[in-house]
Design a protein around this ligand. Sequence first.
Ligand SMILES: [Zn+2]
Length: 114
Amino acid sequence: MNGWRDKQEFKTRVLEWAAKLDVKVRGLYVRPMRNKWASCSTAGTLSFNGELLEMERDLCDYVIVHELLHFSVPNHGKLWKSLMRAHLGDYEHLEARMKQATHNPAGSGPMPLT
Ligand SMILES: [Zn+2]
């Protein structure tokens, strides 16, 4: 299934994942971002690129879980990878699809995730 009904539906999904992963989200924004899919701050604020609303849901799950895990694991090390696998299964496949599906507007390769 492609896309989301609206911003609210996407945010609801984020909060469902946050509850599941036991993450306290203090601020949640979906807004235009030029060269990132998402970012999180140590203050507990999450921002997602509005373009995600047009993307497949399983790819969005990848982005959402990726960011939420950074609240407890700030890097992409072994622990982060094992948590990604625990929640999303074959996340590397999603990661590869995300890279294929997307390139940043500057044309310099895939948009990064923080
Ligand atoms: Zn990351």
